[in-house]
Design a protein around this ligand. Sequence first.
Ligand code: SAM
Ligand code: DTB
Ligand code: SF4
Length: 318
Amino acid sequence: MSDGLRHDYARAEVRAIHDLPLFELIDRARAVHLEHHPKSELQLCTLLSVKTGGCPEDCAYCPQSAHYKTPVDREQLLGVDEVLAAAKRAREVGATRLCMGAAWREVKDGPAFEQILEMVSKVKAEGLETCVTLGMLTAEQAQRLRAAGLDAYNHNLDSSPDFYRSIITTRTFDQRLETLKNVRAAGITVCTGGIIGMGEGVEDRCAMLVELAKLDPHPESVPINALVRVPGTPLENMPPVDPLDLVRMIATARIMMPRSRVRLSAGRAELSREAQLLCMYAGANSIFYGETLLTTPNQGPDADTELMRSAGLSAAPA
Ligand code: SAM
Ligand code: DTB
Ligand code: SF4
């Protein structure tokens, strides 16, 4: 309880919150939200894939896995200048954080990692918060990222420990927790969440939230993704996520992790404006902002500016 918040939720207790009558759930989540966060602010984070495709992992949802034939081609690590140009564009359209992703299983020491460190320090110098997601990380690598100016590290638990095994076989749930431990120990803020719509049950969704809330302190950011169904991946034919399932997940996460930023993440392009706003009313106060996520389309900045204007939301300061 180092943060004075609860880390010992039982799955049944979470299920009871999750399954409340919808308005009651939203009322509770909104009350928690208003107690801990400004009521009309949205954090705008831009994603950039700095190393795309050809990943050795077999994550069943992922278009970048080398195990599946998808529309995503393998690309080299971007140069520092290309990344800086993208960072400036992101800042100009209003983003406060740049999250750079690499389709790696893990970070390997060597020239590519040195280049990532340079990207981090230069993006930071542009006045943006920096986040990277590079796969597994050792304690030493985490410390080097911190020294380069890294603010946040994204590494998702993805699903419940049980369901995880049916989605990824090439690394374990415990290895994910180990990476998060290294990130926390280095003094980098933790960004970790998961995906719904992969065929998991509500019990799995609740079990994932239990695991996220066990982290002490709670993760600073909790991305909740709806599966983006990409042709060629094993999950391409999953039914679409019911937007109200997303609202329930976000509201439950908000109640369990009151101080965390809950991010309405992938899958937003398929949501109506009203569904997005309901997610935000229920506790989401961060979005991925930009034309693309890592490899798939996102609702662009113009639509987001319009959405924020219509609801009277403002961009959260860095
Ligand atoms: N390779 C690194 C890793 O897996 O840790 C970093 C990049 S990986 C693409 C980051 C996260 O994106 C995954 O953990 C997953 O939660 C999310 N993601 C990937 N493909 C997705 C999809 N099709 N729909 C929703 N979320 C997805
Ligand atoms: C997260 O939770 N979602 C982002 C980010 N963290 C790295 C990635 C979403 C990827 C969606 C599929 C794609 O565009 O490749
Ligand atoms: Fe690789 Fe990350 Fe995609 Fe898994 S989610 S296949 S580790 S890029």
